[in-house]
Write a protein that binds this ligand. Structure first.
Ligand SMILES: Cc1ncc(COP(=O)(O)O)c(C=O)c1O
Length: 423
């Protein structure tokens, strides 16, 4: 049994008061707080082994390289990816957005003929199709929309059910023989709905398309195994999984990473460079990690990955499910509407809501005055808001440190919002 109250004590930031109230943090979908172990790992790296990786003959460089590669292996273990030398399937990025842009840029490069025959499977031309969904975060929608503009491919999308779920049941119609890429969110950062990806992955592979998963909101909340899920690529950020900002990871099936041309160019990704002919690039993951890497942050992200595995993602799921049950009672507060599934099934504790007659910004400030941090705005997902007839909403989202009592406090505070604004 995991003692989640004891676990909460590991987060120094949560011990403070905001506006005279104990801090209640319900904004983990934006960024999660960090346990002391992660904070210590980053500073310890700077105190003891700070050095650039993969070059230099001195001892600190060797130690930082080991720490960096060990962190990659820890992250791989969290998501069921390969980590053995020469078989690595985890690429270090600056975050989910960077990982998704890496893919879109690399596919664009393949469309220009870069990467040779091996990269032809990623190449797009007019008439080809890229499929996303209306529930995508802009960091999926925009890179692949731009890729469509650059290559002349057509952007298509999955529609949503009334409660905001991606219509996986329409996979056979939406994905056609012309589809080359399918990029879909595993969990919407607005509705909290878990996408039933199996039919989409199956159909994508039937027509020979590449399936990309936005795993930003699922890695921190679910037990995942990318091999079992048969996804081709997956991107996510460390800062949402209790790790540092400025770093993220891109999973890719090894054979696909080997075939993919690079997206950014510079030091540490090249075997041989000449003035008068193209460079010979390194094998993955180095091919995709040009420039000096955020080593301290990667090392700390590895500690976060181990920390999550130690808690057990099944335990995290069960703990957060109980909190989600309370948060969903927001839908019963007069004038409140939860955007997303209201049944506590196939969803996580990211609960967005509209308050009739009160602007989300005012809602956020009302909560803040009680020491409760919730997010307001369009959450970088405008199409899904449009689906609900809105431009913005308020959002409470869970982390491992939240309690059922805190969720009750959110619902109780919600009941006071409309009377306060006299609507
Ligand atoms: C579903 C989803 N995808 C992608 C992103 C982008 O993550 P980042 O801003 O860390 O790159 C986010 C962040 O909010 C997200 O929630």
């Amino acid at each position: 049994m995991v003692d989640f109250l004891e676990l909460r004590e590991q987060f120094p930031i949560l011990g403070q008061e905001i506006h005279g109230h104990p801090l209640v943090y319900f904004d983990s979908a934006a960024t999660a707080q960090k346990p002391q172990r992660v904070i210590d790992a980053e500073s310890k790296f700077y105190e003891t082994i700070n050095a650039g990786v993969h070059r230099g003959a001195h001892e600190l460089a060797a130690r930082s390289t080991v720490a960096f590669e060990e962190a990659r292996a820890k992250v791989a273990k969290l998501v069921g990816a390969n980590a053995e030398e020469g078989q690595e399937e985890i690429v270090v990025t600056a975050g989910a957005t960077a990982g998704l842009n890496l893919l879109a840029t690399a596919f664009g490069n393949a469309s220009l003929g870069r990467g040779g025959d091996a990269a032809k499977r990623f190449a797009l031309k007019p008439g080809d199709e890229i499929v996303v969904s209306k529930a995508e975060h802009h960091s999926v929608l925009l890179p692949f929309q731009e890729l469509a503009y650059r290559t002349g491919a057509t952007l298509k999308w999955f529609d949503l059910t009334d409660d905001g779920r991606i219509r996986s049941d329409t996979a056979d119609e939406v994905i056609t023989n012309r589809t080359k890429i399918v990029a879909i969110t595993h969990i919407s950062n607005v509705t909290g709905a878990i996408t039933d990806i199996a039919p989409i992955v199956k159909r994508a592979h039937e027509v020979g398309a590449i399936f990309i998963l936005d795993a930003c909101q699922s890695v921190p909340h679910l037990k995942l195994d990318f091999h079992k899920m048969d996804v081709d690529f997956a991107a996510w950020s460390a800062h949402k999984m209790y790790g540092p900002t400025g770093v993220g990871f891109l999973y890719g099936k090894r054979e696909l990473l080997e075939a993919l041309p690079p997206a950014s160019f510079g030091g540490s990704m090249v075997e041989l460079a000449w003035m008068d002919k193209p460079a010979q690039y390194m094998e993955p993951p180095a091919r995709f990690e040009a420039g000096t890497q955020p080593v301290a942050q990667v090392v700390a992200a590895g500690v976060a990955a181990d920390w999550m595995r130690e808690i057990g993602m099944e335990n995290v799921e069960a703990h957060e499910k109980a909190i989600t049950a309370e948060l969903l009672k927001l839908n019963d507060v007069p004038g409140f509407r939860v955007l997303g599934p209201v049944e506590n099934k196939d969803r996580i504790g990211t609960v967005s809501f509209d308050v009739e007659g009160v602007h989300p910004h005012d809602v956020g400030q009302f909560f803040d005055a009680q020491g409760i941090a919730v997010r307001v705005g369009h959450h970088c997902a405008q199409p899904v808001h449009r689906h609900f007839g809105l431009f913005a909403s308020s959002r409470a989202s869970t982390g491992v440190y939240n309690t059922v009592e805190e969720a009750k406090q959110v619902v109780e505070t919600a009941g006071k919002v409309r009377p306060f604004f006299e609507v």
